[in-house]
Design a protein around this ligand. Sequence first.
Ligand code: AMP
Length: 189
Amino acid sequence: MLNIVIFGAPGSGKGTQSERIVTKYGLSHISTGDVLRAEIKNGTDLGRTAKQYIDQGQLLPDELIIDILASTLDGLKDSKGVIFDGFPRTIAQAEALKQMLAERGQAVSVMLDLDVPEDELMKRLLLRGQQSGRADDNEETIRKRLTVYHSQTAPLIDWYKKEGLYAHINGLGELERITTDICAAIEGK
Ligand code: AMP
């Protein structure tokens, strides 16, 4: 089982690179952001709750997102492994993921940290907002999401370093080069 955490600030390319890795290694892809956007689109109670947080650029409460992740994971059948995209985003979530996988006799294989400078993140997210119309890709919400990333999510870098699972990836440059570096990190584990 290959369980990969793809990590990075909003706009670092997690979604794009996940798609490429999924194709290459035949993994399942869990993007918590995509799960929540689907709930919003379907007009569910969960979607309504999630929207309040997403529109404010805030994280959903840990207990809620951990439950969502657990049921998404349980819904996967005969998987060769999973790429976790946008989860974990707090230390509590990382601990919950470790436990959840351990209960299934599994573990995280590697955490890939897609490192992209802040000015480039802002540029990419503003462009994505124009192209995709994602409501949280506007300048004010992007700034909030980046602040949340630095205060709540970036501490996971040290957490995964202590676990011996951390791999730094230069996320600036050609898509293909970044994919090659990611594959080298995965295969080196
Ligand atoms: P993303 O598409 O990964 O950028 O996620 C969009 C938004 O969904 C985030 O800004 C959060 O409001 C929410 N979200 C996604 N994943 C998580 C998570 N692991 N923990 C809390 N909130 C999340």
